[in-house]
Design a protein around this ligand. Sequence first.
Ligand code: UDP
Length: 496
Amino acid sequence: MGTKFDQLHIFFFPYMAPGHMIPTLDMAKLFASRGAKSTILTTPLNSQTFQKPIEAFKNMNPDAEIGVEILDFPCRELGLPEGCENTDFIISNYKSNSGDLTQKFMFATEFLKEQMEQLMETMKPDCLIADIFFPWASESADKLGVPRVAFHGSGYFPICAAHCIDVHKPHKKLGSSSEPFVIPDLPGDIVITAEQFIDRNAETEMGRFMLESWGSLGKCFGAVMNSFYELEPAYADFYQKTLKWGSWHIGPVSLCNRRLEERAERGQKSTVDENECLKWLASKKPESVIYISFGSMTSFTNAQLIEIAAGLEASEQNFIWAVRKEESKDLGEKEEWLPEGFEERTKGKGLIIRGWAPQVLILDHQATGGFLTHCGWNSVLEGIAAGLPMVTWPVGAEQFYNEKLLTQVLRIGVSSGARKFARMVGDFISREKVEKAVREVMAGEEAEERRRRAKEVAAMAKAAVAEGGSSYNDVDRFMEEVRVVRAANKVGQSHE
Ligand code: UDP
């Protein structure tokens, strides 16, 4: 721990979505355990998500300094429904019709600028780690002489891939958006199609926002990356040499959660009893269960859910399936998104979690042998840290890039066959494709080889965060560089 005299005070300001708040809490804990004072800025409703895990963390680490500062977010005045303080609210209440509201919410967050600046003025943090979706934070930090560090929640690979596509626009030269092409300049001859990413341009309001967010990266002090060097060395090097933006790779940050309670409850309270879930897993043979989850944002049609269920049943594998659906009011009644008699036929073989699953706990269990994922970056890293081969089913955001990292670079992923980028509801995948991909990841000689590779990458992840590892050292490097800025600022002030 640093002395009080040289202790750094870091502000963390996450975008209000589970995929951003969960790793931010992990980062705040990580830096607090390394002697910094961590303060998370968020709105009243979201602060509740942080309070309990922070209390638990403080009980385990009495010397650690970590807390939350609350920013007012008057939904009604901002033209948002009451309680609309995060994307989870939007997805849960507005289902597949949530695109416009998400965009409105994203733009409304700029309302927080003034309050954030006031807090910086009174609390004088040494650094502001603000989400990439708050491009305006750079200007505020500059004004107050505080280094602004970006957090964009993904790895080097997707950033480099998107950069190469932006620069070379290879898809503009093709006859069809489904024609595969190699991403120019990017190491590894990565193949993709134009229908798998958003063409970032200034033609739409959202496109302009994305370009602005992206552009703000170059103006930041640097970015903290939830990744580790050994996972994607060619891309970490490419980022540094070609984009020339500063970065520190400090992940996988989920590995800072060592105790069962910390791993069980990330982001939200699980809708299943963790002990029941662990008991169920303990009754299964090692590496015999596939875990299925599409993260916190994706919602599928009932027809697609029926297809997933049928494919899982046909694959004859044990499974835990986290479905973002409300609990059926009458359990005796047939649920429209499950084939008739599905739960009776798969009793003992499958466990359905309606709502929020204790994902990391499940992934880390020895009975779990595969992960069917939508390729959100947190899920990808959590799967990697658990040493699991994956079935890839990307839907939107940067998920298709993440898929290519898993299938073409690390070769620990098998594609489900999802072909097209969507905002919320993904491609329709048949039961036959689900069955084939699940079998391919879970059983057979190639599956063993894939699993062996996945375990090697997991060992590298653990070594990276252990004392002396690449991520551990980059936390030190980051703190040192912020200290240098602080010292320089002090000298500057004393000359004024
Ligand atoms: N998560 C969870 N339980 C669930 C669904 C998601 O704990 O039932 C966590 C998951 O472990 C990950 C995060 O929510 O940390 C989702 O982030 P990701 O980047 O994978 O996807 P997103 O939700 O942002 O699309």
